[in-house]
Design a protein around this ligand. Structure first.
Ligand code: SF4
Length: 432
């Protein structure tokens, strides 16, 4: 089977011409597949051409919505079915500024993080067209089209480690930001990784400038190794260095994802250790409350402990927020829906797709930007990179000796220095 969503417009033009059709049919085919149309749907495409595509093994839809689940807060969870019958998950979150779709990048995941159900069964990588197909299916589901899309933001945070499927993910990012396609702005796309330093640097050097979130979940390597096997290969120091490189190349603040797990990483002393670790990184910490993962016997912490952890970070001068969890009641942990389906368990939150009603979202300029804004900002960004690089070079020798002194000082004092606290004073004031 060949997924047409795996091809660019130019490649589709070549395919239709090779089938003896005029070139302009390529653009029509491109529109049809980005609008989620299949062979049985009404399109402007002639039946004879569709028959030829079908005979040659081309698929118009890479992903189909197999089941839908609705949470109390109106978050929709999808079980998508791929053309080889594999299942993946997606989450559609409604905000007052638009709609965010969380997409998967692999069937299962190899990384085996202890707090995540996705790591239990890795099957294969998704192709770029299969990642894009999730946007296509969800956008059509809420009544959007390629020119009037209803999905405003994308997070690559579903099943799978995106940087472990690097080439397909980059190809997907190019497709989804293409002006002749969905035309998403890189500012509205966030990639979440468990932290593979060489790939973070490679992504930074590609100049795509999407938002980067790093799943850190621990203040030191010893704790991280107990919950994230990937930590055995990559020490935290190398991840922070790669994150700094990403910031330097893209001017994007780094998001640090930190899931609070009872008895593992949620002690106040660990908040101080985390603050110390992140002091020189331009970042924001998102604290996440764990959805209990029965399969791994891990529990989250209560609201008061979460607040205390955040307060300590803010006191230490680190910007931090508690991430609002959406759709927790519907088997919240990534991978749980798929695992339940594979084991034949039923979910009481399953609803018929046609019973879900949507209002059109107002097209909000701040959130629903497109790639034209990226081009407008790119010249500022290259100036930023040049300035930053030269100041970075000048600073690097000073920093080496400073960091040695800092390490010694850290040993002596567990509380942060006054200087560091005041450097991010705004966030403390905001919190109060
Ligand atoms: S948290 Fe992410 S990287 Fe870790 S197992 Fe789950 S999907 Fe994979």
């Amino acid at each position: 089977m060949i997924n047409l969503l795996d091809y660019t417009l130019e490649e589709l033009n070549n395919i239709v011409v090779s089938l003896g059709e005029p070139k302009f049919r390529g653009k029509q085919l491109h529109n049809a597949i980005l609008n989620g149309k299949g062979y049985n749907d009404n399109t402007v495409l002639p039946k004879s051409m569709l028959a030829k595509l079908q005979e040659n093994g081309y698929q118009m839809q890479a992903v189909k919505i197999y089941k839908t689940f609705k949470s109390k807060d109106k978050t929709i969870k999808f079980l998508f079915k791929l053309n080889d019958d594999n299942l993946i998950e997606g989450v559609l979150m409604n905000h007052n500024y638009g709609r965010t779709l969380c997409v998967s990048t692999q069937v299962g995941c190899k990384m085996n993080c202890a707090f995540c159900a996705s790591g239990l069964k890795f099957v294969r990588n998704l192709s770029a067209g299969e990642i894009l197909g999730q946007i296509v299916a969800a956008n059509a589901f809420v009544g959007g089209t390629v020119s009037e899309r209803e999905i405003t933001n994308i997070v690559l945070m579903g099943s799978g480690e995106p940087l472990d499927n690097f080439d397909n993910v980059v190809k997907f990012l190019r497709y989804v930001t293409a002006e002749d396609g969905f035309n998403f702005s890189v500012r509205n796309i966030t990639l979440s990784t468990c932290g593979i330093p060489s790939k973070i640097e490679k992504l930074a050097d590609l100049g795509l400038s999407i938002n980067l979130a790093i799943s850190l979940h621990a203040p030191n390597d010893a704790v991280r190794r107990t919950i994230m096997p990937v930590a055995k290969s990559f020490p935290i120091k190398s991840i922070i260095e790669a994150a700094n490189h990403y910031y330097m190349m893209t001017n994007r603040k780094i998001y640090i994802e930190y899931t609070l797990i009872d008895g593992v990483n949620s002690d106040i002393s660990q908040a101080r250790e985390l603050a110390d670790l992140l002091r020189d990184l331009n970042c924001r910490v998102n604290l996440i409350t764990l959805n209990d993962v029965k399969e791994r016997g891990l529990k989250g912490v209560n609201a008061s402990k979460t607040n205390s952890f955040m307060r300590e970070l803010l006191k230490c001068g680190i910007t931090a927020t508690i991430r609002r969890s959406l759709g927790d009641d519907v088997d919240g942990a990534c991978g749980q829906l798929r695992n339940k389906e594979l084991s034949g368990e039923k979910s009481s939150f399953e609803v018929k797709a046609d019973s879900i009603k949507f209002d059109k979202k107002p097209r909000n300029k701040a959130s629903n930007t497109d790639s034209r804004n990226d081009r407008k900002h790119s010249s500022d960004n290259s100036k930023f990179k040049a300035d930053k690089k030269s100041s970075f070079d000048k600073k690097s020798s000073r920093e080496n000796s400073r960091s040695t002194r800092k390490l010694d000082a850290t040993k002596k004092q567990s509380r942060p220095s006054k200087k560091a606290s005041s450097s991010k004073y705004i966030s403390k004031k905001q919190y109060r």
